[in-house]
Design a protein around this ligand. Structure first.
Ligand code: NAP
Length: 327
């Protein structure tokens, strides 16, 4: 495994960080709790010391699973990343969307990052995770109803109290990052990036490079699509959000498959899977610090962790980039 520092901070993360959204089941159909715990432990054994979760992932379930998986591991050998600002138990802030929880109960999700709410959310997360500090505490989505200064003054207070080590954002524009920076020093932005979703290269990547902010690339496997296993007509489990996601239409899947076929010979020559090649490429891109790779079981998390065992030379990177640019 390789490790990288987040910008100017002292926080070092494993380049493959375990993404625990699917582990919590919610929006991904069902995930077995036992499988999810094993996925995290097996990845840790291969050097994946950093785990990203959020309260909204399974409405507490993902954080509890992370808490269970890390029991017995020395706390300072791990980096725990979680989030705040998506409430399913409080109707305040920006309405996000309507959903069903893991038990089929209807829930309304709000993006809300008011001061009191953040302080409460942090206490709840610490309990579920079974720890007394969070390494990176990130706003999950912008909340237009709360001044950015109020949100990040609350995070600064949590840092002062030792409950949080560093502040981060997710899904923030460069302008929103600059505003948050007035209240607290930001370590990172967590934002979508994959071979078939490179919108951040226009504004976020240049801003983060210039201001020494880390980028945590989420959905680097494009939610499983870039493993090459999903074909048009794929039947997802009930409750899996991918069934209606625009990147899972037959046209998008076929276009992606054509790209994967172009780069497959490079993976084959290295005895690597397509997913491993994709992850390795992701962390070689300018400005990308970390790939947050989700997994439902140990087989997937082990394969993802081992992506860092392959090396790509300049010629190979050039060939892959040409195919990706032509997408
Ligand atoms: N801040 C945000 O707003 C935000 C948003 C999205 C994600 N994230 C973070 O980023 C993490 C990663 O993103 P993601 O989970 O959306 O997408 P991803 O990492 O691109 O894809 C994960 C999914 O791909 C499949 N997969 C993973 N490894 C595989 C392998 N080796 N072989 C075959 N299939 C494999 C699994 O689903 P199947 O087995 O069902 O195909 C898995 O759940 C999340 O867990 C979360 O921590 C953050």
């Amino acid at each position: 495994m390789k490790y990288r520092k987040l910008g100017d901070t002292d926080l070092s993360l494993s380049v493959i960080t375990f993404g625990a959204w699917a582990a919590g089941g919610w929006m991904w159909g069902k995930t077995e709790r036992k499988d999810a715990v094993e996925a995290i432990k097996a990845a840790y054994d291969l050097g994946v010391t950093s785990i990203d979760t959020a309260p909204i992932y399974g409405q507490g379930t993902s954080e509890e699973i992370v808490g269970e998986a890390i029991k017995g591991i020395q706390r300072d050998k791990l980096q725990i990343l979680t989030k705040f600002g998506m409430r399913w138990d409080l109707a305040k802030g920006d309405f996000g969307f309507h959903s069903k929880d893991n038990n089929g109960k209807e829930i309304d999700i709000y993006k809300y990052a008011g001061k009191e709410s953040i302080i409460k959310e942090c206490e709840d997360s610490l309990k579920r995770l079974g720890t007394d500090y969070i390494d990176l505490y990130q706003i999950h989505w912008p909340d237009s109803t709360t001044p950015i200064s109020e949100t990040f003054e609350a995070v600064a207070k949590l840092i002062e109290q030792g409950k949080v080590r560093y502040a981060g954002v997710c899904n923030y524009s460069a302008a929103q990052m600059a505003e948050a920076e007035q209240s607290v020093k930001l370590a990172s932005n967590q934002i979508p990036f994959s071979m078939v979703n490179r919108g951040i290269e226009e504004e976020t990547v240049p801003y983060c490079i210039e201001h020494h902010k880390a980028i945590l690339a989420y959905s680097p496997l494009e939610r499983g699509l870039l493993t090459g296993k999903i074909k048009p007509g794929h039947q997802f489990q009930e409750g899996d959000h991918r069934a209606s996601h625009p990147h899972f239409t037959p046209e998008f899947i076929e276009r992606t498959d054509a790209l994967l076929n172009k780069i497959r010979p490079i993976a084959d020559a290295k005895g690597a899977s397509l997913g491993q090649l994709v992850l390795r490429w992701t962390v070689e891109r300018p400005g990308i610090t970390i790939a947050l790779a989700g997994a439902r079981n140990a087989e997937q998390s082990v394969q993802n962790a081992k992506s860092m065992n392959i090396e790509l030379n300049e010629e190979e990177l050039k060939l892959i980039n040409q195919s990706v640019d032509a997408f």
